[in-house]
Design a protein around this ligand. Sequence first.
Ligand SMILES: Nc1nc2c(ncn2[C@@H]2O[C@H](COP(=O)(O)OP(=O)(O)OP(=O)(O)O)[C@@H](O)[C@H]2O)c(=O)[nH]1
Length: 293
Amino acid sequence: MQSSLKLVDCIIEVHDARIPLSGRNPLFQETLGLKPHMLVLNKMDLADLKEQQVKKIIQHLEGEGLKNVVFTNCVRDENIKQIIPMVRGLVESSYRYHRGESLEYCAMVIGIPNVGKSSLINALRRQHLRKGKATRVGGEPGITRAVMSRIQVCERPLMFLLDTPGVLAPRIESVEMGLKLALCGTVLDHLVGEETLADYLLYTLNRHQLFGYVQHYGLAAACDDIAGVLKQVAVRLGKTQKVKVLTGTGDVNVIQPNYPAAARDFLRTFRSGLLGPVMLDRDVLQRPPLAHP
Ligand SMILES: Nc1nc2c(ncn2[C@@H]2O[C@H](COP(=O)(O)OP(=O)(O)OP(=O)(O)O)[C@@H](O)[C@H]2O)c(=O)[nH]1
């Protein structure tokens, strides 16, 4: 990535709009800080972005020295058209823009895994070139494996992007930040444990008063006992398993709820947006923004 930097006029950092302040790798800032930089907060359709919330996000990011922020939805191509003019403006006003007669722009897409980097490139191509997929999109972190390649995204101005694998690890400052990152799918579920993650999801939904899960799974009421919720989810989805139990008089087969399968379904339902939009950094946003040094 570093060796390709000299080819690049601008950095487009993609991050998940549900965690606008958590998990961005500070290396992005330090090692790439010399280039014009914009932050794309993607998956806006899954994020709770009320007006007040957006103001706070912008204020906090300004506190971190980030001024060029765009919220996008790469599935429905929302706000995608704002990106190229912003890149062009940033490059043209940059003192590094001294490539004279070269009319080409080259930007690098970076970000932690699974935030939508490939989807953004595909969306830009759809919007500006009327072309489809150039890069693979996957539901699991770490799918972008190809080594740096240059992909055209626009004819006028002539603009290329370098797609990079999402190999830079997220910054995980605390257990809770790690759980937020995992809920957004930027860390593989089994590294945290699906049931642990489901427990944190239930805690978050209740704390944010997002009770869509009650109706979705036909529960009697909101509840903060994950075992109880997963049991009902498993029964409702027909996800049960036979378990052999040893008794004094021999083995007995018992039908038990399949807790891991229920946890997986709970997480998948949340991530698809069916339980409503969420702002996982709400607690951080409630604190005053840091002053930029
Ligand atoms: N709801 C929603 N899903 C999105 C959006 N953008 C991307 N996704 C989904 O997020 C998942 C990851 O997208 P990718 O484009 O593969 O992400 P990436 O950052 O290239 O991932 P890595 O290759 O792991 O680094 C896919 O399932 C996409 O369909 C969006 O704006 N909204």
